[in-house]
Design a protein. Structure first.
Length: 492
């Protein structure tokens, strides 16, 4: 978007652009979200920034009226596969908090100096400033949503000291942490033995079909799902965690609520980032649906299910194992095989809600060949991939782009373009993947066939949102009438 497109968006107070850029006003020294209800500033006084960190660096403070840190993030970090997008995915996952700038740079294949220069040019702020903004956003969420002690909030958000926390909150929000907490009415006090409950902001509309997608693939003891809720255990850098996300379609504004049953507070930023990725909460559904609905094959499906989301992954290595297990078999068969394999996983340190086990690590999978069922060749391929991940020879994750992910996975025995594409969709959030050889996709095309044979078979008309077109086709294939055609691939 150019300057005047953004200016028209703030003049219209268009909520669709909240979180996608920030408006700084020189005469007031503050920055706002595009939908801020304050009077539209003169264009000559406005500067637009890609990130809130860039506005901080330029000396601006967050608006107390529109709270620009309280909105969903930008979908650009999934759409963009360049170094800036890859870096932001890793920063949001807490890599700088754990490994510093040097660790982030090493994962991306650059020196710290090069990375600082690139991010400064692309985003207006270096990696430390971007991480600082992410910590401030996490801290604000905890301050206004819980009654955690301020010291606990500071370390949970990733700050190294209470003093650093106090200084950052004052600089970003022009308030003390206590004053910021008072801006929102508090719920019941939170103690150390009580679960944390947080609201998850998103851009409407939101189609709850993602809950059903996850529920039919849920592994007992590791996951639990219903049409409006999903819970699971997962392994994070400092220990394991347990969470539940619930959707209330009957309440005003249809809130999504995250309840964290167990987590090491140092892992809280990573958990929040991965939950948001899992439910695709930073997506721009109106932009996506507008493109998909222009294709006559998908118009009816988009009208019936606006705001469909692209399921992410809370653990890249787990997702590859699940994808390989599910190749060429049904969803039900893949779930059965994964349930058997889950017996190799360790017990959760804080079981609850019927969840008492963690999905096996690659090392545990490699040692559990006796639990694997199916063709010998597929079993051997899975064990080979698990051994490579356990031994550090295969390393991939949120910081990859599609070419690097393909280079890492495609040489593996038993891994083809379908598996690479599926992992890219769910781990990277890559929005423009079309799984042309997927049997369920072909079933979905048949189910939605309305005589539009003149359109491209790879749905290029819906680019750059073909991953979302794939989700609509999978949903169409899951209807009872569509199940009588071709047996559907697992899409685990």
């Amino acid at each position: 978007m150019d300057f005047w497109q953004r200016y028209r968006a703030i003049d219209a107070r268009d909520t669709r652009f909240d979180g996608q850029f920030f408006t700084a006003v020189r005469t007031t020294g503050i920055y706002c979200r595009p939908s801020c209800p304050a009077r539209t500033p003169k264009a000559s006084n406005v500067t637009f920034y890609e990130t809130s960190a860039a506005a901080h660096e330029a000396g601006y403070r967050a608006c107390k009226r529109c709270l620009p840190e309280a909105v969903p993030g930008t979908p650009a970090w999934n759409v963009r596969q360049d170094i800036a997008g890859r870096a932001m995915r890793l920063i949001n996952d807490g890599v700088i908090n754990r490994d510093g700038v040097a660790g982030l740079a090493a994962r991306l294949g650059y020196s710290p100096r090069q990375l600082n220069r690139i991010l400064g040019q692309e985003l207006g702020a270096g990696p430390l400033s971007l991480a600082r903004a992410a910590r401030a956003q996490t801290a604000r969420t905890l301050l206004v949503s819980t009654s955690m002690k301020l010291a606990d909030v500071a370390f949970a958000a990733g700050f190294s000291s209470v003093r650093q926390f106090n200084e950052t909150i004052a600089e970003v929000f022009d308030m003390t942490p206590t004053a910021l907490r008072r801006t929102v009415r508090q719920s019941a006090p939170v103690t150390g033995a009580t679960a944390l409950t947080l609201g998850l902001p998103y851009r409407p509309p939101f189609d709850p079909g993602i809950f059903s997608f996850l529920a039919v693939r849920a592994i007992p003891g590791v996951e639990d799902g219903t049409p409006t809720s999903y819970a699971r255990t997962l392994r994070l850098p400092h220990g394991d965690a347990r969470f539940r996300v619930e959707y209330d379609d009957g309440a005003r504004e249809r809130p999504l609520t995250l309840t964290i049953g167990a987590v090491d507070l140092r892992d809280l930023p990573a958990l929040l980032s991965r939950v948001r990725r899992l439910f695709d909460l930073d997506a721009d559904p109106e932009a996506i649906d507008g493109t998909l609905a222009a294709d006559p094959r998908l118009a009816g499906s988009v009208d019936a299910a606006p705001g469909m989301r692209l399921p992410g992954a809370v653990d890249p290595q787990e997702l590859l194992i699940r994808a390989m297990v599910g190749q060429q078999i049904t969803v039900a068969a893949a779930r059965t095989a994964l349930t058997q394999l889950s017996a190799a996983g360790s017990h959760a340190s804080a079981p609850g809600d019927g969840l008492d086990r963690l999905f096996p690590t690659p090392a545990e999978v490699a040692a559990a060949g006796h639990l694997l069922r199916g063709p010998k060749r597929r079993t051997e391929s899975l064990l080979h991939a698990a051994e490579a991940m356990a031994g550090g020879r295969l390393d991939f994750g949120y910081g990859d782009d599609l070419p690097s992910l393909t280079a890492a996975l495609l040489p593996l025995p038993g891994v083809g373009p379908w598996t690479v594409g599926y992992v890219a969709m769910r781990v990277l959030g890559a929005p423009d993947i079309f799984l042309a050889n997927d049997a369920a996709v072909r079933n979905g095309i048949r189910a939605l066939d309305n005589g539009t044979n003149h359109l491209s078979p790879d749905f290029r008309e819906t680019s750059p949102w073909r991953s979302y077109a794939t989700m609509h086709l999978w949903r169409a294939a899951a209807r009872p009438a569509a199940r009588t055609t071709i047996p559907a691939k697992g899409t685990p």
